[in-house]
Design a protein around this ligand. Sequence first.
Ligand code: TMP
Ligand code: MG
Length: 286
Amino acid sequence: MIPELTKSSVSMRDPKRVEQILTSMRNAGSSTLQVISDFDMTLTRFAYNGKRCPTCHNILEDSKLISEDCKDKLQNLLETYYPIEIDSTRSVEEKLPLMVKWWTEAHKLLVEQKIRKDHLVRAVKESKAMLRDGYKQFFDHLHQMSVPLLIFSAGIGDVLEEVIRHAGVFHPNVKVFSNYMDFNDSGVLRGFKGELIHIFNKREGAVLNVEHFKELQSRFNVLLLGDSLGDLNMADGVMNLQNILKIGYLNDKVDERRQSYLNTYDIILEKDETMDVPNAILLYIT
Ligand code: TMP
Ligand code: MG
């Protein structure tokens, strides 16, 4: 049905069910579809030439906007908390307060750096951030078919927007839920707006943004893309949901985490740095 689903990076718990969902979505057509995607390590690459690619936070961390001392502190936080984020032996309940701590401390450090809004463009331009191979087809196709794309990220909205703007794919059908920076009248970072979005509260974020989902009521089919188990709840605000197909990128600690991803995502993509499978699915259903 879709040759890309036979790639060696693809696994499915129940291929028959995937086939049924795809058929329903195709029959219902593109006017009933919305795409909800995570950003870091889902739309962006996890690694390139054997080296890790940066998240939104890492883009700032690697930039000239941050002092060496602050870089060390952010790096320490990453080394402490990232292994917890991906630890398959700990429960979400156990991880949750630690993730809040990570995000809160990282944001506090960023605010101390008095980052200027007008320097963000350059920080992104000089960064090693990379969208996954095939990103242009993904964004352009959704735009051409007028399918809304919601990017739902625990990263930093201002940085994320600049990455997709710089890549020339920030089309009008793209909407972002993320942590947005709050600048003072002189354009200096003084905090973050609204409720904090971290890796495990996307459900609350979805439910808070009820107006967005109300506008998309007739789009009852959802293609969801994520790389964390916390991304599975991103569609919890969708109204009249009929079909949902969840695609999960399994980037790191693949052997330890394979089973939990197979149990929860419909399609898992192991160490696959491309958008080939989502693109092939979109071509099939729209
Ligand atoms: P996402 O929701 O777009 O995937 O963004 C969340 C990622 O950001 C998550 O994998 C952890 C990462 N992160 C950092 O790399 N550095 C940080 O300081 C923080 C708070 C998060
Ligand atoms: Mg992610």
